[in-house]
Design a protein around this ligand. Structure first.
Ligand code: GLN
Length: 547
């Protein structure tokens, strides 16, 4: 039976609960324990699949094909444990499950209520896989006191009450604001937040206090006294220059020790922190810098490409350089020469995306990188744009395009070099979709195998010809154009095992031009940079030496 740590937040949002949870997971692993991290989100969307990346940040896809919150990306990057469908749930999904059961008659005509039906559904979710790991870390989204969050708080209270004593602890994150006028840290919001938590029956065992200034011992003792927490369990959390400092920083201030103490695990196993020491060493001793342009659409909100930004950082760590990623809105050069915007970059990355807006600019960016022999990594839509570019400008298919744009515009304007995929094979199953299914959850999602061509650039980069990567898309490059494109030099160097779906393309005469139909960024970790990102940054370093 796993021990549970419930992580909640108070005072304000965006305190870094996800990061604290992920860092705690990494520290427990360093002490030899197995962990799994979960996110419970109070919003009413059934999953984040249909939420705008502008608002909600990127959608993180798991191997088993779930579209989840970007916090699961943090969890994976810090622990290396592949997230699963059952690691994230929203109020919307909980209510949907309850209502489906009600419609089926599973409740035998009873009146359905938040307590016990909704809370039971949440507790059932919490119990999934609890015999698989030593620690289950469950983060509750939002802040204590939010109306939507109440059923989750009630459910974790009940859950802890039902388990044997000492099996569950509560960790609460708050903020200590600093008043410059009186030069002091204020503890009152924290006290109120804990009071709120205790009023619903949850007494925190560990308090993590975000603060921009050092927390004096006197204040720490005061928080402990007023919040009924042991002084050693009041953990300061100061601002960091890199998120990857979090495990070491939290270890130094005693977070993992406080958690183990709360579980009365004594003596605590000694931590082996070499993995994180190495990560820090690489981060702090970068030599030189490369500039990478990310040419995309959701450039206002960096979280929209969270995993890409992180994977580039990992690629930099692999090469001991700093990667300066700059977001460029592709709409700026829809009908113009991209040179003024792209000149000076050592590599170009075109990420995934949906819809026609901005795609002409992305096609121009692909052309520019091909002609100037600048390293190019096209991810998902970025690969499709590279194929359309080659079809138009090398194979003479002047009106090459994607069916996605025709569907959107409701007419037929393009030769569909990229077409809507209606059936495909996953493992031993044939999966079918209709165009009208064009809503959430109808994509090719999750992990698929690919076979790489011997002697190709990608086979060298991966060091193998068999890979597995995560997908999230509806459209696919049409095999019918393969011969024509290969004659022009665009090689189909990665294919689905049945040979029907192009997974990777690369330009033969180019030092580093790769398009991938999947999302390699989702599997990159600071301690295990993804080979494509590591080699892409290496190629960028080489370009930087030439100029
Ligand atoms: N819009 C494209 C498709 O659905 C690409 C998706 C993506 O980049 N994730 O195929």
């Amino acid at each position: 039976m796993a021990r549970y740590v419930f992580i909640t937040g108070g005072v304000v949002s965006s305190l870094g609960k996800g990061l604290a949870s992920a860092a705690l997971g990494a520290l427990l692993q360093a002490r030899g324990f197995t962990v799994r991290l979960r996110k419970l989100d109070p919003y009413l969307n059934v999953d984040p699949g249909t939420m705008s990346p502008f608002e909600h940040g990127e959608v993180f896809v798991t191997d088993d094909g779930a579209e989840t919150d970007l916090d699961l990306g943090h969890y994976e990057r810090f622990t290396g444990v592949p997230a699963r469908k059952t690691d994230s749930i929203s109020s919307g999904r909980i209510y949907m499950n309850v209502l489906e059961k009600e419609r089926r008659g599973d409740y035998l005509g009873k009146t359905i209520q938040v307590i016990p039906h909704v809370t039971n559904e949440i507790k059932d979710f919490l119990r999934i896989g609890d015999d698989e790991v030593d620690f289950m870390l469950c983060e509750i989204g939002g802040t204590v006191g939010d109306i939507e969050g109440l059923p989750f708080f009630e459910a974790i209270r009940q859950f802890a009450q039902e388990r044997p004593r000492g099996q569950c602890i509560f960790m609460h994150l708050t903020l200590l604001p600093y008043l410059a006028a009186s030069s002091e840290l204020k503890t009152k919001p924290t006290q109120h937040s804990v009071k709120e938590l205790r009023s619903i029956g949850i007494a925190p065992d560990v308090l993590v206090c975000r603060s921009e200034h050092p927390i004096p011992e006197k204040e720490r003792a005061k928080i402990a006294l007023f919040c009924n927490v042991r002084p050693e369990a009041v953990i300061p959390a100061y601002d960091l220059t890199s998120i990857y400092e979090a495990p070491m920083a939290y270890h130094r201030v005693g977070l993992d020790q406080a958690v183990l103490d709360a579980f009365m695990i004594s003596p605590a196993p000694r931590p082996d922190l070499r993995r994180w020491e190495d990560v820090m060493e690489r981060l702090n001793h970068a030599e030189g810098e490369v500039r990478v342009a990310i040419v995309g659409k959701y450039t206002q909100l960096e979280d929209a490409y969270k995993s890409i930004a992180e994977a580039l950082t990992h690629g930099g760590m692999a090469n001991r350089v700093r990667v300066r990623a700059e977001w460029i809105d592709s709409e700026i050069f829809e009908d113009a020469d991209p040179s003024p915007h792209l000149e000076g970059f050592h590599a170009i990355l075109v990420p995934g995306g949906f819809g026609e807006r901005g795609t002409e600019g992305k096609i121009r960016a692909a052309k520019w990188a091909r002609e100037k022999k600048i390293p190019y990594l096209g991810i998902c839509l970025g690969m499709q744009m590279a194929v359309i570019e080659a079809a138009r400008n090398m194979a003479g298919l002047k009106d090459a395009g994607s069916e996605e744009f025709d569907h959107e515009a409701g007419g037929k304007r393009f030769t569909p070099v990229v077409y809507h995929l209606k059936e495909w094979v996953q493992g031993n199953h044939l999966i079918e979709r209709k165009v009208e299914d064009d809503k959430g959850g109808t994509m090719r999602l999750g992990a698929y195998d690919a076979h790489l061509a011997e002697g190709s650039l990608v086979a060298r980069v991966y060091g193998t010809t068999r890979i597995e990567e995560r997908h999230r898309h509806r459209y696919e490059v049409d095999l019918a154009y393969r011969d024509k494109l290969e004659e022009c030099g665009l090689k189909f160097s990665g294919m689905s095992p049945d040979g029907r779906l192009p997974e990777i393309v690369e330009h033969a005469g180019h030092p580093w031009f790769i398009g991938v139909q999947f999302h390699p960024e989702l599997k990159s970790k600071p301690f295990a940079p993804h080979p494509l990102f590591a080699d892409f940054v290496r190629a960028a370093v080489e370009t930087s030496r030439l100029v």
